[in-house]
Design a protein around this ligand. Sequence first.
Ligand SMILES: Cc1cc2nc3c(=O)[nH]c(=O)nc-3n(C[C@H](O)[C@H](O)[C@H](O)COP(=O)(O)OP(=O)(O)OC[C@H]3O[C@@H](n4cnc5c(N)ncnc54)[C@H](O)[C@@H]3O)c2cc1C
Length: 384
Amino acid sequence: MATSNNSKRYDVIVVGAGHAGCEAALASARLGGETLLLTLNLDNVALMPCNPSIGGPAKGNLVREIDALGGQMARNIDETFIQIRMLNTGKGPAVQALRAQADKKLYQMAMKQALERQERLDVKQGLVEKILVTGVRGAPAPLVPPGVRGASAPLVSEAGPRARVQGVVTAIGMAYYARTVVVTTGTFLNGRIITGESIQPAGRAGEFPAVALSHSLREVGLALGRLKTGTPPRIDARTVDFSKTILQPGSAVPLRFSFGPDCGLMPHPEPNPIYPNPSPTDWRAQLPCYLVATNWRTHEIIRQNLHRAPLYTGVIQGVGPRYCPSIESKIVVFPDKPSHQLFLEPEGWATNEVYVQGANTSLPEDVQLAMLTRWRTTTCRPAS
Ligand SMILES: Cc1cc2nc3c(=O)[nH]c(=O)nc-3n(C[C@H](O)[C@H](O)[C@H](O)COP(=O)(O)OP(=O)(O)OC[C@H]3O[C@@H](n4cnc5c(N)ncnc54)[C@H](O)[C@@H]3O)c2cc1C
């Protein structure tokens, strides 16, 4: 039984304060709509669950388009990056792409501040379990308190043109009402994490999946599919021999994503001294990234363990992003290539945590460890 939050009716409810949800909620409020942003955990607003970076080929243009439309992402990364670069400068302008490496925690903090300071926007913590809809044949009529206007956005679904969204109900039974509900739940709908032989229900590492909401969306006639994504291991900077890496410094010339006024850099901790050669760029402090490469030993370990890679055993069947292949796929698809580039990317100014870009994998933890210890003996090749 849902309890009504009668104090307020919203124009728009956004479910999920990830990257899409933050932009949707800000856009709605900035356009004058009374807006509610409901999310599972307020400490995880705008969390970057994979690489803490913004832009690059394919997404760099999108970020700038969002900025041109009054969005937040570009401003947010300009305030919180540890490094920015224009990629592919040796090639033509059509393939050059701006890419920034974020301080993961500062990025979240800056986005949370933007949400909290936005007029007409309420931000609440809550796990949404049910979408309230009227006009679906066979569906129970939702509880709508007196005074809620009936005019609401039509749902595009098999439920038909008479279906109307009314609001949402959270796991603890609170109902919130709005004429429009925007669902931006990322990887959470019936989510699973698969690492080698281990399969766990989860939205992201350490977070619940949204199982009940998946059922509710099906009940109102919306079709659900399954996508997959992957992530590489993170390593401790204290275990890296940086003398064997090639430095990837930040841009020597000022670069920004946003077309708006320069908000400057958010106050940040002192750079972690474990990272050698913090870039001495005049215009802004930056941290470098570090290039390494796999070698034949790494490839051998991967080949010997393909029977434990769920991507190859058929356990993972979802469609994934085209541009982000796993390390095991690269070794299978390009058997003659003697090595593949990997970038070691600090996850922030102060942390020892380092993201190994290029090493996405479905392999189990013991195999990942074996791969990583082999990289220590790798001789690097210069970036092409
Ligand atoms: C480990 C990992 C690696 C990834 N790698 C890549 C990659 O390489 N390339 C790529 O493009 N994408 C990748 N992704 C997908 C990544 O999720 C998206 O790129 C991006 O984060 C999507 O943004 P979003 O706003 O749609 O969702 P998210 O950023 O995931 O945000 C979803 C939000 O919804 C909230 N939420 C979910 N369910 C509910 C509910 N029922 N009630 C209330 N709140 C809810 C969550 O708490 C979260 O705040 C990866 C994801 C993970 C977990």
